[in-house]
Design a protein around this ligand. Structure first.
Ligand SMILES: [Zn+2]
Length: 164
């Protein structure tokens, strides 16, 4: 039996789709070692602006991040711990004034619901250090329909060519 035939059989049995569903839930990756620091240690590592967003769930002023206009190929990593969260291929211009992505590198983000502006919003944060990144909305482009509205100050861009 060829691989393709096996896959067709699994698909027919509903097994392949179950595997896909499991992948979508994006569990915490086994290779991500959590980084836990005290508030004092975080203050030493981060700028006051980055601390306010990452550790206190603040929101930067729209249009304030140079990453809004970043169009080079590369990776957007957590400014707190360096874990790569998004690639340049996942970025789109949302016109909101915040760097926006339609998906993320699997297993790197976790979500929770917050009520900071009365109605519930889905907050997301780095799976390694717990640093707040932004909020996810359902008005993004295809193929996911999601908009990960990210604070630029919570990210560090690493260009593919190695030149910062
Ligand atoms: Zn992090």
């Amino acid at each position: 039996m060829t691989r393709r035939n096996l896959f067709s059989l699994l698909a027919a049995a509903g097994l392949a789709s179950k595997t896909d569903a499991a992948r979508e839930t994006a569990p915490l990756r086994a290779d991500i070692v959590p980084l836990r620091l005290t508030a004092t240690q975080w203050r030493e590592r981060l700028s006051p602006q980055a601390y306010a967003v990452l550790r206190e769930e603040g929101t930067e002023r729209p249009g304030s991040s140079p990453l809004n206009a970043e169009k080079r190929k590369g990776v957007f990593a957590c400014a707190g711990c360096g874990l790569p969260l998004f690639t340049s291929e996942m970025k789109f211009d949302s016109g909101t004034g915040w760097p926006s992505f339609f998906t993320f590198i699997p297993g790197t983000l976790q979500t929770k619901t917050d009520y900071k502006i009365i109605y519930p919003r889905t907050e997301y944060h780095c799976a390694k250090c717990g640093g707040h990144q932004g909020h996810v909305f359902d008005d993004g482009p295809a193929p996911t329909g999601k908009r990960y509205c990210n604070n630029g100050v919570a990210l560090k861009f690493i260009p593919k060519d190695g030149k910062a």
